[in-house]
Design a protein. Structure first.
Length: 522
């Protein structure tokens, strides 16, 4: 007979503390958003060929070589999410999560120091901080379930123990999770559900600190090199609940299961960016930009806490777990190509194309380290997580980014800007968060949900005005990314009732940004 103690155990197992990185978590650290100065954002970020903007330090540092006067700028604004609610309602489930739909954001501060080294030669130095990722996001959705439930994964996972597919089960839980059948064979039970609801509030940011040196040759070739530091501060709070199906003939009927996850990822990374801008025709302002960015070498620390509550007619039982883990992630290389052209002093046109192969993300496991007594330094060694990297390769793909922008000056002090930014889908259409991978990243995962986000479209507008040496710029950005949400992976069995198949839930992430930049040239 199934008891309420076995009910709680059935869902405790799939939300054991996470021990390492995995593909879907990695993508949150990789893609850069369109952010920086208001001029850069207003032109859709299409300035890798035009140059002369502080934000190009993080893509094509050769753009800093086009500055002919010192500049300081500061940017901040508001970010608002639309089309989403903190109330979760549907399929007989009602719940609420905490989250702010509107947030203030400090987005950029930097300067360029111009140093003349010859009649037409300059060697410019620059520093720029900008928020490359803003994690603020609310995601809520509901769906119906039939012959399916998150806790069925527990039973499948348990059946793989002893076959080398998992790192093992905590001995303290084994007596609760399993029961003995005919012939003394142990197995784990499960329950079907009729509906689910999910809510998540993400917050935090990745701050990027760029140090750049850039110069020119004969006022036709501009070269640049940037060393970047990345500061990761990610926090996620998630809530998942299911209405459990009745069990015929059972004296104690299950009602609901609820799971909470609190995840925090912090750490640092570094990369190097190199670029060139050149004018193929000396008499023409038309220019071409080429650049390459190395992987960001992240050293990260994760703290996870999970809690599960199971409720039946006699009450509820609560079980929580926590864990910490240090690991590394190396992001893909990035390659870019930009075009820029000006017409007199009243029109500037820009276009940029970028490519980065997300399937080459390198998930790495720390293997310990050694102490060098001679130099008094500690060196930490790591190795690639081959199984997780294989899943990443099968799930993610090459990402194409297109940026288009223009700036028009009806009168000399006034600038009007328009931009468009497109980023292709990161995930393959058949990608899924595979809970059967033999990897520390899945053996003790704190959650089972995943979203296959599709392409991103961004539309921007901007206006700027210059008064002597001072400038003020305002930009508006609207971005939208649609996706397909799944509360857990599906699997099939010969007996249809033993399969665990869940349908997708269509979701959308819509964001509005208002950005203001103050600048001073001297």
């Amino acid at each position: 007979m199934k008891t309420k103690y076995l009910l709680i155990a059935a869902l405790v197992f799939p939300v054991m503390p996470m021990a390492a990185q995995e593909t879907y978590q990695d993508t949150k650290l990789i893609g850069n958003e369109l952010n920086g100065t208001a001029r850069y954002v207003g032109m859709g970020g299409a300035m890798e060929g035009l140059g002369a903007d502080l934000s190009t330090m993080s893509t094509n540092p050769a753009g800093i070589g086009l500055f002919r006067s010192n500049q300081i700028s500061l940017s901040a604004g508001l970010v608002a999410q639309t089309g989403e609610s903190t109330n979760i309602s549907g399929n007989g489930i009602n719940a609420k999560i905490k989250g702010d739909k509107v947030n203030a954001s400090f987005d950029q501060i930097g300067f360029v120091w111009v140093n003349r080294t010859g009649y037409k030669s300059f060697l410019n130095l620059g520093f720029n901080y900008h928020k490359s990722r803003n994690f603020d996001q609310i995601l809520t959705t509901t769906g119906a379930l039939q012959n399916a439930s998150q806790n069925k994964l527990s039973a499948i996972k348990y059946s793989m123990v002893g076959k080398g597919a998992w790192n093992g089960v905590d001995a303290n839980y084994e007596k609760i999770l399993t029961k003995e059948g005919a012939g003394g064979k142990k197995y784990m039970d499960y329950y079907d559900a009729t509906a689910y609801a999910f809510g998540q509030y993400q917050k935090g940011y990745i701050g990027e600190y760029d140090f750049t040196v850039s110069g020119n040759i004969k006022d036709r070739w501009y070269l640049g090199l940037t060393f970047g530091l990345h500061d990761v501060n990610y926090r996620s709070n998630s809530y998942y609940t299911e209405n459990l199906a009745e069990v015929p003939g059972s004296p104690v009927q299950p009602k609901t299961s609820e799971a909470w996850e609190d995840l925090k990822i912090t750490g640092t990374g570094f990369d190097v960016k190199a670029g060139v801008i050149f004018r193929p025709v000396e008499e023409s302002p038309f220019r071409i930009g080429l650049y390459v960015n190395t992987p960001v070498f992240y050293d990260l620390s994760m703290k996870g806490y999970s809690d599960v509550t199971m409720t039946d007619e006699q009450g509820h039982i609560d079980q929580g777990n926590s864990a910490t883990y240090d690991y590394k992630v190396y992001t893909p290389w990035k390659f870019g190509f930009g075009l820029g052209h000006t017409v007199g002093s009243y029109l500037a046109l820009g276009a940029t194309y970028e490519y980065s192969d997300y399937s080459t993300i390198d998930n790495r496991i720390n293997d310990g380290g050694y102490y060098d007594a001679w130099y008094g330094s500690y060196y930490e060694e790591s190795s690639s997580d081959g199984n997780m990297n294989a899943h990443t390769k099968a799930t993610l793909k090459g990402v194409h980014t297109l940026k288009l922008g223009l700036e028009y000056k009806p009168i000399q002090p006034l600038s009007l800007r328009l931009g468009y930014n497109f980023v292709s889908a990161v995930f393959k259409e058949d990608g899924f968060r595979d809970g059967s991978i033999v990897s520390p990243g899945t053996a003790y995962a704190t959650s089972t949900d995943y979203t296959n986000w599709k392409s991103t479209n961004r539309f921007t507008l901007g206006i700027g005005y210059q008064i002597k040496k001072f400038s003020i710029d305002l930009a508006y950005q609207y971005s939208q990314t649609d996706g397909e949400f799944f509360p857990f992976m599906s699997y099939y069995a010969q007996n249809a009732s033993e399969s665990n198949v869940v349908k997708k839930s269509d979701v959308s992430f819509k964001r509005n940004q208002l950005l203001l930049t103050f600048g001073y040239r001297f």
